[in-house]
Design a protein around this ligand. Sequence first.
Ligand code: FES
Length: 110
Amino acid sequence: MPKVVFIERDGNQKEVEAPVGLSLLEIAHRNDVDIEGACEGSLACSTCHVIIDDKWFKRLSEPSEDEEDMLDLAFDLQRTSRLGCQIVMTEELDGLTVRLPGDTRNMLLE
Ligand code: FES
């Protein structure tokens, strides 16, 4: 079974099982990872925003135009930002590492 590593807002790394065919959003929900996903994957929000680890970003398929439009509205947008509901797990993505947005900004406020 492939694995995904979520880096949570407090820096905690959570490695979880990631069944092929499930989206990152679904995997997060199954494992109590705090990604909202308000529209449940219908590309109508940006609350499933995740930041992909640099070395993995290139291996993902290109985002659709709709995804890019939604991403523009996301909080803490980064160069490697994607919407978690649009990334579907495959065997090749075993070890995929993604960070939840928000921690950088919190750090700056401290
Ligand atoms: S859950 Fe709304 S766009 Fe992904």
